[in-house]
Every structure is written in structure tokens, then in C-alpha cells.
Write a protein that binds this ligand. Sequence first.
Ligand code: ISL
Ligand code: CA
Length: 554
Amino acid sequence: MSEQWWQRAVVYQIYPKSFQDSNGDGIGDLPGITRRLPYLAKLGVDVIWLSPIYASPMDDNGYDISDYRDIAPVFGTMDDFDALLERAHELGLKIVMDLVVNHSSDEHPWFKESRSSRDNPYRDYYYWRDAVDGHEPSNMGGVFGGSIWEWDETTEQYYLHCFSKKQPDLNWENPRVRDEVYGLMNFWLAKGVDGFRMDVIGMIAKDLSFPSGTPGPSGYAPLWPLIDDARVHPWLKEMRQRVLSRYDTMTVGEVCGATVEAARKYANLDGSELSMVFQFDHVSLTDTVERGKWSVEKPCLRDLKRVFDHWERGLDGVAWNSLYWDNHDQPRAVSRWGNDSSQWRELSAKMLATCLHLMQGTPYIYQGEELGMTNYPFEDMSLVDDLEAHDGYRLLTQDCGWTHEQAMAAMREKCRDNARTPMQWDASDKAGFTEGEPWLPVNPNASSINAEAQVDDKNSVFAHYQRLIKLRHESDVVVHGSFEMLVPESEEIFAYERVLGDKRLLVACNFCDHELSFSVDERYAGALRVGENYPEEGPAGTLRPYECFGLLLE
Ligand code: ISL
Ligand code: CA
């Protein structure tokens, strides 16, 4: 296959609610994004992925859609969207929309029809099942807590919802549902958008026997055996045929629990399904069956390296990787994988960037990551908004017997609102995000960590990201080189080599706060230093705290 544009691209994710407010209501919006597009052009990214901006009751911040062809009034109008798209394209930025079609909102007209009577033509747009012995048809729990089944009085059946009860699952078995999805995709592509990030697309096929499992501390069994992901592939091939093959798009499917084997199908270079997938192996390393994601342990570096090595080598030449540290569902990268103390924050943020951006795959930057934004010091649940976090707090304190302090420590480490506090534009009171009251608090460190302080400083985290993006645009070995992990047993150093014909790149990253020894093969004498985070070269054979560099022979 010849090179696709998205293989040399860097994607920037915007969480619209928290990016830039333009009208003082404390909520980010489309005109705000349009105003900030030159900032993204300056950073040098190629693609913007917009988290959902569609009409929505906002039970899950827009991941619950009530009209797939309209904009949520709180974000603006369709004219605002058209203006954003046009301006982005003028600046050479592509726009990728979030496609949330595993489920809709319960306020979508399809669901309102569906629940109105058993013989309504929309009944089969969703999964409806009878009670079994007066109970739910199965004992699985949803991602946001509680049963996956909700009883509906009107028609006396349960409907399926893998997320909140305001997010009923669409029935992909029904060809009319698939037609609707293809129709709305065509609507946005005809407008000129450049692709889709597909929310939990790996979950659209269910085991229709609706199995039960062994309950955990919450009283419910884990959800994942419900997913019958082998059956997703024919539907994605159909989607390719009916929609995507008509346009030159970038598509990325969110596939929780994806294996390398599955990704070789989803993201095959033959282009029959998607461009790439988001896998979860590295972000779920410390998850447990009992507590899910709620742990405070740091994963060990060897495990993290094992995951990347497996994915890099597993997809090389067959399929395509995505590369990410964080997104709107994950805590801040520098707090989780680096060190967010004032001493090491900048160095470790740059080190993480170099480590990720010089691997094979398309890198994703989540808003604020390019500034080294950190987690938020949540002290209690009053400032936490996210529904998942509130359910998690309940699970930990009630079902698992944790103290308030233990639960809050887990929230500070992991809750999704860490990523959702307002973008830090400047050192002013509301960080330049809004003139009003922000919907989530601004991180108190905005006075020192903000875009204004960084954009023109060549030593900033922002400038470091700028250089890495430029390097990817220019270097074939960064885009296509094979991957080999060096010192795989090291608990402190993440180092690898990329090779493409006679071109080579060595990347070395120190993941800890003390100096280590690391020797570089002689063949790199005279190589170009790239992606380094210390202004001057250190003594040969050492890596200073959180030091990183690349050595490029091209
Ligand atoms: O957020 C998670 C872990 O903290 C995941 O379990 C997450 O729910 C899963 O990755 C699916 O996420 C996507 O779909 C959800 C939505 O809440 C997330 O924001 C979205 O990224 C339901 O649409
Ligand atoms: Ca607003």
C-alpha cells in the first residue's frame, strides 16, 4: 500500500466543553474553537478530532446524542460549525468528528418511538427483552455502574444500555439501524469533514444469548463477555463499501480490550475497515476485576514497554497503530507516566512526548498535553462532575469498603475530570478560558502552566511538541521504520531503535528522577540529535533525570 496521509499526520483532540468559551457561559463552544485554530496551526498538527458537538441532553457530555445532524445549542449553531470547518481547512487542518453510534440518547426520536409500543416500527432499533423470573435478563453491570438493563413501564420490557440508562444501545443487527448510521456519516462527509473517531465501535456486536457471569463487589458481573467483536468486522466492511470508500478519510475506532490479532483486522493496511484503532493495553495495566480502573498503583515500566513492543511489532507492515498517552477519559499524561512536581514536570512531559512520537503509528495529543498540563487536586466530590467518577466513588466507599481519603486519592490519580478542567490559555484568573464561571474549576497551576507563557519560548513543552511534529512530517524512518525495543528488562529506561533500509533512529528515555548509565552503539557517532529535552549534551554513557534524546541517521 502506498503511504496514506494519516500515517504522517499528528492528531490533536479537542474536548469542546473545556477548550475555549466565547460567550461567558463558562462552557467551551465552536466559535471559541475557531478563534483558537491559529494556535493549533502554529503547533503544527494536521488533524483535529472534535469530541461530540451534536445535540444532546449531556448526560455524558455529548456522548449521548439526540440528533446526529444538529449541533448542541450550548456549543453553537450549524453556521458556527460550517465556519469552523472552513477556517480549519484554510489553515490546512483536517476535522475528524466523533461518531457515537453504539448507543444514542434516550431522548433521540428513535428511542422515543421505540419505547412507545412493542409494535412501533422503531422497536427493533434497540435491544428489548422480557424479564426472566421477574428479574433482569442477565446480571451484567454497565460501564457506569448498575445493571445493563433498565425496566420500561410502558411496554413492560427491559432495554439494554452498556453505559448510562440515558444511553440505550442501538441494535446493529437491524439493517435499518445500519442504514441510518451510514446516512448520517454521509451527511457529515458531504459537508467536508475528514473522518471519524468511532466511539466504542468494538462494542456494537453483542452475544445475543445475553450471558450472565460471576458477580463482583458491586453485585454485577463484568460486561466484556457480552461483546461479540468477531461480528463487528463484516459491519465495518459494509460501512467501508457504503460510505468510506467514497471519500479520503481517516478513521480511528475505539476498541476497549482490543488484541493485536483483532487490530490486524480493524486497521489492516488493505484499507478494508478502519485506518487504526485505539487499544487500551497500556492504560489498563493496573486495572483489576474488582475495582476496575480505580487504583493508585503506578504500572511498572517493564510492563508498559512490553505493551508497546507487542503492538509496534505486532502491527508493523500489516496494520497501523495509534499512539496516545491521554484523552478525555484518562488522567493527565505527565501526572500519570511522568512526574508533575515543579522540578521535573517540564522535563518529564517532554520525555513522554519524545518516547511516544518517535514510535510507529499516528500520535494523538490531547488538549493541554502540549503544555504539560497536570491532574487537578480534587479534595472531595463536590467539584467532580463526571458520572463515572461519582459511580466509582460509590463503588469504592460502599462496595469495596475504602475510606473517603483512599477513594479521593484514586479520584485524583484516575478520574476523567483531570483531563476535563479548562484549557490553560494564560495566567489570568480564569486562564483565558472564559469570562464567566467555568463549568469545572481551573487548575490553580494555570498561573505558571499556560499557552501564553509557552508559545514563543523555544525551550517550552509546546516548542518541544512543535519540533516532534515537524520531525514526523520530514522523516521517513519516524513514519515507517521497524521497531525494536532495547534494554527490555530495564525498569528505568525506555529505549528503542527504528530502522528503514539504511536509515536508523535510536530513542532513549529515562523514566526516573536520577542519573543512569546507557551506552549508545558506535554507529550513531555523528548522528543528528532530535527530540532531546536538555539544552546541552550530557556526558557520554549517561542519561540524566528524565532525559530523552533521539539519534537520527537519515
Ligand atoms: O472512561 C473509561 C475509563 O475511564 C472507559 O471505560 C470508557 O467508558 C470507554 O473507554 C468508552 O469511552 C467512550 O464511550 C463512553 C464515553 O463516556 C467516553 O467518554 C468515550 O470515550 C460512552 O459513550
Ligand atoms: Ca460558551
